[in-house]
Design a protein around this ligand. Structure first.
Ligand SMILES: CC(C)(COP(=O)(O)OP(=O)(O)OC[C@H]1O[C@@H](n2cnc3c(N)ncnc32)[C@H](O)[C@@H]1OP(=O)(O)O)[C@@H](O)C(=O)NCCC(=O)NCCS
Length: 157
C-alpha cells in the first residue's frame, strides 16, 4: 500500500486542468464550472490558482482573482476532492490564497458562497471571515431560478 504523505501546496497551472476539472465535477456536480470556464480561469493573467497535492496527485484547488488598481482580491472558486473533504485541505488552500493575496499587496479578500452551503460557511467562519452581506439572486441556476449568496470578507494583516 502506498503511504499517504502530508498535503503539499503549490501554484497550479494549465497543466493541472484535467485533475482540477475532475475535482470540480465531483465536488460541485451540476453546478460545476465547465472545462472552458476552468481553462479561462487557469489561463488569464490576473488570476492565481493554488493546488494541494497528496502523493503528487491534486486533491483540491482554489483560484483567486485580482483587479488592476484594486487592493481587494476575490476568491473565485475553491473545491476539494470529496474523498479528502473534512481533513483540512480547504483550510490549507484558504491560507495559501491569503498568502498570495498579501504578496500581491491586497489588504482584503472577498468571496461569495451559496447561503445553504454548510461546509463552505463553516470553512470561512472557522478561517476568520466575517459576513459582509447577503446578495439576493447571486446564482442563476438554469431551470431552477436563482439563489442567494452570502458575501464574506477578511482583512489581511
Ligand atoms: C467547502 C470545501 C472547499 C471545504 O474543504 P474541506 O477540505 O472539506 O474543509 P476542511 O477540512 O479544511 O475544513 C475546514 C473547516 O470547515 C469545517 N467543515 C468542513 N466541512 C464541513 C462539513 N461538511 N460540516 C461541518 N463542518 C465542516 C471543518 O470542521 C473545519 O473547521 P475547523 O478547522 O475549525 O475544525 C469542500 O467541502 C468542498 O469542496 N465542497 C464542495 C465545493 C464547494 O462547495 N466549494 C465552496 C463554494 S464557495
Amino acid at each position: 500500500m502506498m503511504k499517504i504523505s502530508e498535503p503539499k501546496v503549490r501554484r497550479g497551472s494549465i497543466k493541472d486542468i484535467e485533475e482540477i476539472t475532475s475535482i470540480e465535477n465531483r465536488a460541485f456536480g451540476d453546478h460545476a464550472y465547465d472545462y472552458p470556464a476552468l481553462r479561462y480561469m487557469l489561463g488569464i493573467a490576473n488570476s492565481i490558482t493554488a493546488v494541494t497535492t497528496i502523493n503528487g496527485r491534486v486533491v483540491g484547488y482554489a483560484t483567486v482573482f485580482f483587479r488592476k488598481n484594486s487592493r481587494i482580491s476575490h476568491l473565485e472558486s475553491i473545491a476539494v476532492d470529496p474523498d479528502y473533504q473534512g481533513s483540512g485541505i480547504g483550510r490549507i488552500l484558504i491560507e495559501e490564497v491569503e498568502k498570495i493575496s498579501k504578496e500581491k499587496n491586497c489588504t482584503k479578500i472577498v468571496l461569495e458562497t451559496f447561503e445553504k452551503n454548510v461546509s463552505a460557511l463553516k470553512l470561512y467562519e472557522h478561517s476568520g471571515y466575517s459576513i459582509k452581506e447577503v446578495v439576493p439572486d447571486y446564482y442563476h441556476v438554469p431551470y431552477d431560478g436563482s439563489k442567494n449568496a452570502i458575501r464574506f470578507e477578511k482583512i489581511l494583516h
